[in-house]
Design a protein around this ligand. Structure first.
Ligand code: ATP
Length: 578
């Protein structure tokens, strides 16, 4: 309930439109009740009224036919307007929710994304909001319609014949119970179907994305069998749902027809006793039909409300996730020199273990700096801390002698150019990927940046050059090309600090040499940190930090470190001597 109320807050800006929708719905109810009355009047006053001259009877029937057409046209108009308004409202409200949700997700810290699979977040924004839309389009206003209609129908039945209504009133609870039972079993079956569908979807999403692994490891047979299992579950769930329909649908229709038989039986008695007219009997049966629709609708709406509550809960849980409060909004915006200092820094991603343990280091401009160490030693984590992706638990990081947290995070990140290991490209042209959709950056500037890292000729030789279209995170572009794009991206946004995390790991030796040249040039004015596995890429660095098990264990030039015969020496020996 709390969730529904919170959801309704989103409807507040559209209150006037809601009121109009309800007024339209009231009008719709009113005109929906008219046709049976018109037919009743035609039958009672003209068709069966032998006492009236024939011409008057014909003109009366004609008049009633005109009324009938007018009322059905009005039903059309009101229905059209109400669908239009509710669809607009639902669409607009869900647009607002989706917008707020995505804006909020953009502000969440990286630790949130570590804990929540991207598929789950996508479902919240795309699917759960869709359920909410259904709530606004087919519940909020149409519940009024159904309730008004049910009340109206009962009033009309009573007005047509109180006696007949009281005599057949036992029919209503029977119909209501049958309908509720049908809904209950249908809902149960439908939920199983939905769970099975999401299992099939999840299976397909994961395994189609992992197709290269499936093929490389000849796992097709296993895949076939596993998919058959989830597919079979879905089939069984559908069959169960079909049984429910097969049994209950005809049951409800039969009960409805029996109710009509009961009305005719009782009605005929009153007609013979002359306390009821044919027209009354027709109107009564017509109202029973009108009684069925809102009844069915209401039971269906219960399901939508339940779905909406579940979805709203998930949406608001995401909406309540704490945003990234990093740095001061009015914090420092410029980085003057770009001197980065770690002072006794301790860091962990979760409670399990410390990743960085008492790190002390200094990255300065004018020198080419390298960070080396084994896999999982903590090198990338250092980069993640510098650009404020994660927060440290103990110690301090200073940039130009000012604590990292005293900077405005957006400007901080603007001043730090990071080339991550896993380069993500977005759908769009290669040009847009280099300039990251900043249309104000011209193609010439992009080409200039590519030339700066000496890779323009490599991009130029692609059949469509910078116009190459990227699909699905960069499928169709080689890992090396992706790294080149990321490198160009980093020099394009003129930052003070550059951190290249294995930025050349997929690049051939000649291209790597060219990039090294560019990096060396860059390091003359900027702070450039190269994180690397392969020591060949760092031998010419001015300072090398060796990280082992989350600690800085050595520091020096290649020569100094080799002389020391410590960790660096061991790594070097392993890579080159064996
Ligand atoms: N988001 C995360 N959540 C939890 N643990 C993480 C996360 N990212 C990294 N780790 C763990 O932290 C440790 C250090 O990771 P990090 O990526 O800093 O290592 P690295 O030295 O850069 O390794 P590599 O050379 O393989 O890139 C690893 O054991 C890794 O499993």
């Amino acid at each position: 309930m709390k969730q529904l109320l919170r959801l309704l807050k989103y409807a507040k800006p559209y209150m006037a439109l809601f009121i109009i929708a309800i007024l339209v719905v009231i009008s719709l109810t009113f005109v929906t009740l008219l046709p049976p009355q018109i037919v009743r009047s035609a039958v009672n006053n003209y068709i069966t009224n032998d006492g009236l001259p024939t011409s008057e009877r014909f003109s009366g029937i004609f008049k009633m036919a005109v009324y009938f057409i007018i009322s059905t046209s009005l039903i059309f108009v009101f229905e059209y307007i109400s669908i239009l308004i509710t669809t607009y409202l639902g669409g607009k409200i869900v647009y607002d929710i989706r917008r707020d949700l995505f804006r909020h997700v953009l502000k969440l810290p990286m630790s949130f994304f570590d804990k929540h699979p991207s598929g789950q977040i996508t479902t919240r924004i795309a699917n759960d909001t869709q359920n909410v839309m259904e709530f606004f389009t087919s519940v909020v206003t149409s519940v009024f319609n159904d309730l008004f209609l049910l009340t109206g129908v009962i009033i009309m039945m009573l007005s047509v014949s109180k006696n007949l209504f009281l005599n057949i009133s036992f029919v209503f609870p029977v119909l209501i119970v049958a309908m509720l039972l049908f809904r209950y079993f249908d809902l149960k079956a439908y939920r199983t179907v939905r769970t099975s569908i999401s299992k099939v979807n999840a299976y397909l999403a994961e395994h189609i994305a992992g197709m290269p692994v499936v093929k490389l490891f000849n796992a097709e047979d296993f895949e076939r069998k596993e998919f058959d299992k989830v597919n079979k579950d879905l089939y069984n769930a559908r069959i169960k749902q079909m049984y429910v329909f097969a049994i209950f649908r005809p049951t409800v229709s039969t009960l409805y027809r029996l109710a009509i038989a009961a009305i005719i039986w009782m009605g005929a008695k009153y007609i013979i006793l002359r306390t009821l007219n044919f027209g009354d009997l027709y109107a009564f049966i017509a109202y029973l039909e009108l009684f069925m629709k809102p009844l069915e609708d209401l039971s269906e709406k219960y399901d939508i409300i339940q779905n909406t509550v579940a979805s709203a809960e998930k949406i608001f849980t995401l909406m309540d996730e704490e945003e990234e409060h990093f740095g001061a909004e009015n914090g420092k915006r410029e980085i003057e020199k770009g001197v980065v200092e770690f002072k006794n820094v301790w860091f962990r991603y979760n409670e399990e273990r410390w990743i960085l343990k008492d790190i002390n280091l200094k990255f300065e401009p004018g020198k080419l700096i390298a960070v080396v160490g084994e896999t999982g030693a903590g090198k990338t984590s250092i980069m993640n801390l510098v650009n404020g992706m994660y927060r440290l638990q103990k110690g301090k990081i200073l940039i130009d002698n000012l604590e990292l947290e005293k900077y405005n995070i957006h400007y901080l990140r603007k001043n730090i150019s990071a080339v991550p290991q896993d380069v993500v490209l977005f759908s769009g042209s290669l040009l847009d990927n280099v300039r990251l959709f900043h249309k104000e950056i011209s193609e010439e500037e992009v080409i200039e940046a590519l030339k700066k890292v000496y890779v323009w000729d490599l991009i130029e030789r692609l059949p469509k050059g910078l116009k190459t279209e990227i699909i699905e995170r960069g499928k169709g572009i080689s890992a090396g090309e992706r790294q080149l794009i990321a490198l160009a991206r980093s020099v394009l946004f003129d930052a003070k600090i550059f951190i290249l995390d294995e930025a050349t790991s997929n690049i051939d030796v000649q291209t790597e040499e060219r990039i090294q040249k560019a990096v060396r040039k860059l390091s003359k004015e900027k702070t450039v940190v190269m994180i690397a596995h392969r020591l060949a890429t760092v031998v010419s660095a001015d300072v090398i930090f060796v990280i082992h098990d989350g600690k800085v264990v050595e520091k020096g030039t290649h020569k100094e470190l080799m002389k020391k015969k410590g960790m660096y020496y061991k790594l070097y020996e392993v890579q080159f001597k064996k």
